[in-house]
Design a binder for this molecule. Structure first.
Ligand SMILES: [Zn+2]
Length: 700
């Protein structure tokens, strides 16, 4: 079932209600063997229905009876019950079918909306910066009130009502026939998909629990940077700087390009920290602990010589350099084992990998892989690498996959930006109040800006921030943003603008779409792309950027380089999942070794020729790999899509109205959505062509 668009999250993806995405659809050739008597009962009931409603209903009757036969179990009733059910619940005329469709649509929206409300409230303590998380809070956070819904709907036979009357489709049909369908037909297709799998609630609950545990592990994985020492034992970073892996670590590398004096040393230290995390040679004692000093080179751990945090409790944890015992990979393995239990109930997409690509993304894996490789092997890569070297005045280092100097903001130091942002947004409330002004600057009309602001609540996030949409009309989308006691910093602001992009998409695609069964976007790459379009204009919101041709070209090069970086990260994620499926009985240590090997292989193939250094593992540092279940490919796809969307907005001359027009399309196939939005299907061509032109512009 996929009618829970409101719970799309990013940055911290919390797949609590992700099982609906898991079970989006089933191809028609189910392996579930129908009970033997259903064949004769179905034939009998087709005759009864045709006699009652006419020959025109024969095809629908045959389809409906075939569909319910595939899912009917002995405990659902005998042949007489099956026949009575079909006779009573087949909508044999258009008026009855319309009524059935409308009521299901309305009630499912209510169900999704309220379930999502419970879920959001139960996760409050885990998600928001609201004091310590007690053990029972984690139980609340891990509880999924919707876990039993599909079971319940099969038990009370509402699922069979849908399957008797509305069509299940496969990806091929949606790709080939979808463009000819009416909006109502699309909505019916999405309605039927809700019940395309009959996964036991216990299995769904296990997926939710594993996700929650992995998420908890990741959300506490801070590195206290004042206590990270360089090779000479010197401190490089400011007191109290606490960086959440990997987001804040990566973003600190980006910010350090503006620090002419110490930036390089800081970046090298962070790369070393990242390698320690990936290889799990990081001492357990340094994770989220300001009570120890640590050299990521020698790996020596000592009691902190200086105190910078009140949360540091000396002696609370043993001070040794014993490595973290592959916990990172134990978490990933736990998630793998949980989602694997869904496989037997998903005969036509029998792996998580297939479900992610064929069902969630609705773009086949091979096509995604080809798009990523098109970027990674582009002849533009070495040209841009040369340009970066020239701009840096030194040979590339591996962390330069996060080179950030193409952006106009490279002219401001992080400290300057922090000061500007902190002054403007001392609290989350100050940001909330400014949302209408921000939106007007982004090209929304004052009316739409007010409308959107009224649909967005702002909460202080415990992690780096995320967006949590509503799942029924009348409810608000939630923007979770991290605000330090000294005010919002630039990183927090940049993420907040991104998350607000999600909230806007969530608001339009729920409240303005013609059928709530079509609420949402085709897949998470689209919501990421739309969010990134807004995030890319964050400096304009601060009144800092003057987008001339040169800076536009720089932005394009920045997008290309980011796509190049994240394409490799996505391939690592994909290959690790294939490895887990090929080695189902792996230990966390074996998974660690395999991941390190895969990260090196991808690096050596696509990056080493450009960077001149082999066997780098930083591509595997992304936290999403651990807690977000093969989500990372959505980011590069998002960049490609984002580029197509941005080009369209440029053509149209404004972000606001185009954002609204595009997102009202709702949840159809990616290509169909993109053709409506821009006239062309999803692809890398637009990015590569624009990058070529941008390179020429910059070198002019
Ligand atoms: Zn996002």
């Amino acid at each position: 079932m996929r009618a829970l668009p409101g719970v799309l999250l990013c940055v911290v993806l919390i797949p609590i209600l992700s099982y609906p995405r898991e079970e989006k659809m089933l191809l028609q050739t189910s392996e579930q063997t129908a009970l033997p008597w259903t064949k004769s009962s179905s034939e009998k009931m087709v005759k009864v229905i045709v006699a009652k409603y006419g020959e025109g209903q024969r095809a629908r009757a045959e389809r409906g009876l075939r569909q319910i036969s595939e899912f009917w179990k002995t405990e659902d009733g005998d042949a007489a019950a099956f026949e009575a059910f079909a006779a009573a619940n087949f909508a044999g005329d258009q008026a009855t079918l319309d009524t059935m469709f409308e009521r299901f649509q309305a009630l499912i929206e209510q169900m999704n909306g309220h379930m999502h409300e419970i879920n959001r409230e139960f996760r409050q303590q885990a998600d928001l910066e609201a004091g310590p998380i007690l053990p029972f809070d984690e139980v609340f956070a891990g509880y999924d009130p919707a876990a039993h819904i599909i079971d319940d709907f099969f038990d009370n036979k509402l699922a069979f009502v849908v399957l008797l009357n509305f069509p299940l489709t496969n990806l091929q049909e949606r790709l080939t026939d979808g463009p000819k369908w009416t909006r109502r037909q699309w909505a019916e297709v999405r309605l039927a998909e809700m019940f395309s799998k009959r996964v036991p609630a216990s299995v769904n609950l296990e997926v939710a629990r594993a996700s929650s545990e992995a998420d908890g592990y990741i959300s506490q994985y801070n590195i206290w940077m004042y206590h990270v020492l360089d090779e000479n034992g010197q401190r490089l970073f400011a007191p109290k700087l606490r960086l959440l892996s990997h987001w804040n670590l990566r973003d600190e590398i980006k910010a350090d390009y503006a620090d002419r004096a110490h930036g390089l040393a800081k970046q090298q230290a962070i790369q070393q920290v990242m390698e320690r995390i990936v290889t799990q040679t990081i001492p357990q004692a340094v994770v989220n602990n300001p009570a120890v000093d640590w050299s990521p080179w020698s790996n020596e751990v000592k009691p902190a010589a200086e105190k910078d945090s009140d949360t540091a409790v000396p002696g609370e944890r043993p001070i040794t350099n014993a490595a973290e015992p592959a916990t990172r990979y134990a978490m990933l393995s736990l998630t793998y084992k949980a989602v694997k239990r869904v496989d037997p109930y998903s005969p036509t997409a029998p792996t998580l990998i297939a479900r992610r690509f064929d069902e969630d993304r609705e773009i086949p894996e091979q096509r995604v892989r080809a798009m990523l490789e098109e970027v990674l092997t582009s002849p533009l890569v070495p040209q841009i690498a040369k340009l970066i070297e020239a701009r840096l005045g030194r040979p590339l280092e591996p962390f330069d996959i996060w080179y950030d100097g193409f952006r106009a903001r490279g002219t401001y130091t992080e400290a300057q930006l922090d000061a500007i942002v902190a002054k403007r947004y001392p609290t989350a409330e100050a940001y909330r109040k400014d949302i209408p002004n921000i939106l007007i600057k982004l090209g929304f009309t004052p009316e739409k800006a007010q409308y959107l602001a009224a649909h967005i609540a702002v909460d202080p996030a415990r992690g780096s921030g995320h967006a949590m949409g509503a799942a029924m009309r009348g409810e608000k989308a939630h923007l979770r943003t991290r605000v330090e006691p000294t005010g919002m910093n630039y990183k927090g602001f940049n993420i907040a603008v991104h998350e607000m992009g999600h909230n806007i998409e969530q608001t339009f695609s729920l409240n303005e779409v013609d059928y709530t069964l079509l609420a949402g976007v085709p897949n998470t790459a689209f919501t990421e792309a739309l969010a990134m379009v807004l995030q890319g204009h964050d400096l304009e919101v601060l009144g800092l950027a003057a987008p001339d041709a040169k800076s536009e070209a720089l932005k394009t090069l920045n997008d290309f380089w980011a796509t190049y970086e994240i394409s490799g990260v996505a391939l690592v994620d994909m290959d690790v999942w294939h490895w887990m499926y090929n080695h189902p009985d792996h230990t966390p240590q074996q998974l660690r070794d395999a991941t390190v090997g895969i990260a090196k292989d991808i690096w050596n193939k696509y990056y080493a020729p450009v960077f001149g250094k082999k066997d780098v593992v930083v591509l595997a540092v992304y936290s999403h790999m651990i807690d977000s279940i093969l989500y990372l490919p959505d980011y590069p796809i998002g960049h490609l899509i984002g580029f197509q969307i941005e080009e369209q907005m440029k053509k149209a001359g404004a972000i606001g109205p185009e954002f609204e027009r595009m997102t009202k399309m709702g949840d159809v196939t990616p290509d169909l959505w993109m053709i409506n939005a821009t006239g062309k299907p999803v692809g890398a061509e637009a990015l590569l062509e624009a990058t070529k032109q941008a390179l020429a512009e910059v070198q002019r």
